[in-house]
Design a protein around this ligand. Structure first.
Ligand code: PLP
Length: 377
């Protein structure tokens, strides 16, 4: 660090220089994040100093958090959820599994059964929580094989996890069946709807995935993905207070006597931004956002079919995995020749595109033109 402070103009110019090296979202088809809604940005700014880690000092922000939980509960069919706003899907998943583990302290070598399509946050969970994460087989349509889930359950199993919107393919596990298995085996069932939570409720005839299913005990849903809030904004909801209480630690020197959260200091700005954008958009606004993304997803599918490229599965949501030869090479060429950012899936290998709200019809058409060029080279 330098000895003396710099003036704002110099700092701003350094910031702008750094910003110019960042990629703007217009040509990004690999991310599950997007530009936050302007209302969320403004609310974030107003609450910039608010610390929910010591919410006795920030009771106004605390009330906003309660409102957000009620709104999320309404979206996910739970009129009285328990939970809190996290930093994102990773934290929500860690905490959900931590609660499962803490509910069974007598089990010395605990395991959980997760869908084989689970996000890599579950690898972190295995490491941090020292719990066996057993990955159940995936069927050809990329949903979890519930027979395999059943076969993996043993006396050391402390919980199950299903995915509602898998990271790679946007697929939804048969959560109704997982719910039955959870009830029959007296196990908690966590649903990772970090991506799908703000999307599935707005798709016609979507499969049930939330608290409407009696076996579902907790859900991760991320406002900083399809919820258009600012980063970091995640949420973890529990059906029962006693599950949340399993996360409690005493906090002697704060204005509050205990915390159930993972982080100590916690952004109140994210709480305010999530509150603001959810209030501003309402269900009607999110419906329009999802309609736009799905319309562009269908356009992408039609256009890619026209150039002879097929999807790995019929997309359930705004995530399209395209079967191409040498996906890694195609990804590199798309980036170096045309500036497109796409990702590559592991199994089956394909190029993966997430059609987020920052996409436009013009850019989808331009992308497919460039994809055709790259494939024909
Ligand atoms: N769960 C799913 C299904 C995801 O797609 C992601 C991120 O892409 C996560 C969890 C992790 O979310 P975050 O990166 O916000 O921690």
């Amino acid at each position: 660090m330098q000895e003396y402070g710099q003036n704002w103009e110099d700092i701003e110019s350094a910031l702008q220089q750094a910003k110019s090296k960042d990629i703007s979202y217009e040509k990004v088809l690999s991310s599950m994040c997007t530009y936050p809604h302007p209302v969320a940005v403004e609310a974030h700014r107003i609450f910039i100093e608010s610390n929910m880690g010591d919410y006795g000092l920030f009771m106004g922000t605390y009330e906003l958090e309660k409102s957000v939980l009620t709104m999320l509960g309404d979206l996910l069919h739970n009129s009285h959820p328990y939970g809190y706003l996290t930093t994102g899907g990773t934290e929500s998943n860690i905490q959900a599994v931590r609660a499962m583990r803490n509910a069974c302290t007598s089990i010395k070598d605990p395991n959980i059964i997760v869908s084989g399509s689970a996000h890599f946050s579950f690898d972190k969970i295995a490491d941090i929580l020292k719990i066996n994460v057993r990955k159940a087989r995936i069927l050809p349509d990329l949903v979890v094989d519930t027979e395999d889930v059943l076969s993996l359950i043993d006396k050391n199993t402390v919980g199950l996890v299903g995915i509602a919107g898998s990271t790679e393919f946007g697929q939804v596990d048969p959560i109704s069946e997982l719910s039955k298995i959870a009830i029959d085996n007296d196990l908690p069932l966590h649903i990772d709807a970090a991506f799908g939570g703000f999307l599935l409720p707005f798709l016609p005839n979507h499969v049930p995935f939330d608290f409407s299913l009696p076996g579902v005990t907790s859900i991760a849903i991320d406002p900083h993905k399809m919820g258009l809030s600012t980063i970091p904004s995640g949420a973890l909801l529990f059906r029962e207070e006693k599950m949340m209480e399993l996360l409690k630690v005493d906090t002697p020197y704060l204005t509050i006597s205990s915390q159930c959260t993972l982080t100590g200091t916690r952004s109140g700005a994210s709480v305010a931004s999530t509150y603001a954008v959810m209030k501003h958009l309402g269900k009607e606004g999110y419906q329009q956002v999802v309609n736009k993304c799905m319309k562009l997803t269908n356009l992408l599918l039609d256009e890619t079919k026209n150039i002879g490229v097929k999807p790995v599965i019929d997309p359930v949501m705004n995530i399209v995995a395209l079967s191409v030869e040498e996906p890694k090479k195609i990804r590199t060429e798309l980036a170096t020749q045309f500036g497109w950012q796409v990702s590559v899936t592991k199994q089956p290998s394909s190029i993966r595109l997430v059609v987020m709200p920052h996409m436009t019809e013009e850019n989808i058409l331009a992308f497919v033109r460039d994809l055709k060029t790259v494939i024909q080279q």
